[in-house]
Design a protein around this ligand. Structure first.
Ligand SMILES: NC(=O)c1ccc[n+]([C@@H]2O[C@H](COP(=O)([O-])OP(=O)(O)OC[C@H]3O[C@@H](n4cnc5c(N)ncnc54)[C@H](O)[C@@H]3O)[C@@H](O)[C@H]2O)c1
Length: 254
């Protein structure tokens, strides 16, 4: 119940899916937890979890400065930042409009860059000396190519190496940075895929059959617990790592 006791944590995109599951596990384990999002349901989700809510569009440098300043003003420190907010896209490269590419990069990669930038800046000022853990949400398609994934897969591959760079730059001062690479986890991000299918039930069954483990992941149990481990002092010797949480999706050929 206290694996994150006395820690001050921020989870972006916390109003839905994985961010909500991560925030739930953080609250369960004693962290003072802030979720941020652009979604209307953010304040209600935060209340239901026992977390606090702040409006934030992760693409905005000003909003990053405001959000972290507010948390540090209230609590005097910042221990954990989970850069989770993200959007999905799927389109062949030769049909992808530049504005769609840019939109995906802005949220999925620039948003994570800004999160790392301001997390490191404030974690260096923590009372007692620099310390902290940054957790970035990449994907299995940050490790492999993806049909239709020119923007999404490229953004997630960028997150993977940004993570390692932030980890290298800050290892000596005790600020860690790791990435999580989920496979298929049941969240609203999948809704457009099922909605576009003529037979969503058959599509779901097909996805599940393609996974070695035979079923999709759950936000809190699978990604929440992984983020909890990386956020906690249990993983103090782990930095720059990529934790794949995919039910075996990437371990071999089908
Ligand atoms: N669900 C999966 O199978 C899966 C797999 C691999 C990676 N991921 C990654 O995990 C993360 C969370 O995905 P999810 O499945 O929970 O999706 P989701 O759609 O359920 O939640 C994403 C949240 O991010 C918020 N968001 C979007 N744009 C934002 C912005 N500009 N500023 C602030 N918040 C913003 C949304 O409002 C939403 O609440 C994403 O980065 C996604 O790419 C998900």
């Amino acid at each position: 119940m206290d694996r994150l006791a006395n820690k001050i944590a921020l989870v972006t995109g916390g109003a839905s899916g994985l961010g909500k599951g991560i925030a739930q596990r953080f609250v369960d384990e004693g962290a003072t937890t802030f979720i941020t999002d652009v979604a209307e349901q953010g304040p209600a989700v935060a209340e239901s979890l026992g977390a606090s809510f702040l409006n934030q569009d992760v693409r905005s440098e000003d909003e990053w400065q405001q959000v972290i300043a507010e948390i540090v003003d209230q609590h005097g420190r910042l221990d954990v930042v989970v850069n989770n907010a993200g959007i999905f896209s799927s389109c062949p490269v030769d049909e992808t409009p530049l504005e769609d590419w840019q939109r995906v990069m802005d949220v999925n990669l620039t948003g994570v860059f800004l999160g790392c930038k301001y997390a490191v800046r404030h974690m260096k000022q923590n009372p007692g000396g620099p310390s902290g853990s940054i957790v970035n949400l990449s994907s299995v398609v940050g490790l492999r190519g993806q049909l239709g994934g020119s923007a999404y897969s490229a953004s997630k591959g960028g997150v993977r190496l940004l993570t390692k760079t932030v980890a290298l730059e800050n290892a000596k001062v005790g600020i860690r940075c790791n990435s999580i690479h989920p496979g298929v986890i049941e969240t609203p991000i999948l809704d457009p895929l099922f909605a576009a299918s003529e037979d969503p039930a058959a599509m779901r069954a097909g996805i599940e059959q393609s996974l070695p483990i035979g079923y999709m992941g759950e936000p809190a149990r699978d990604i929440g617990n992984t983020a909890l481990f990386l956020a906690s002092d249990e993983s103090v010797y782990i930095t720059g790592a990529e934790l794949v949480v995919d039910g075996g999706m990437t371990i071999g050929l089908p």
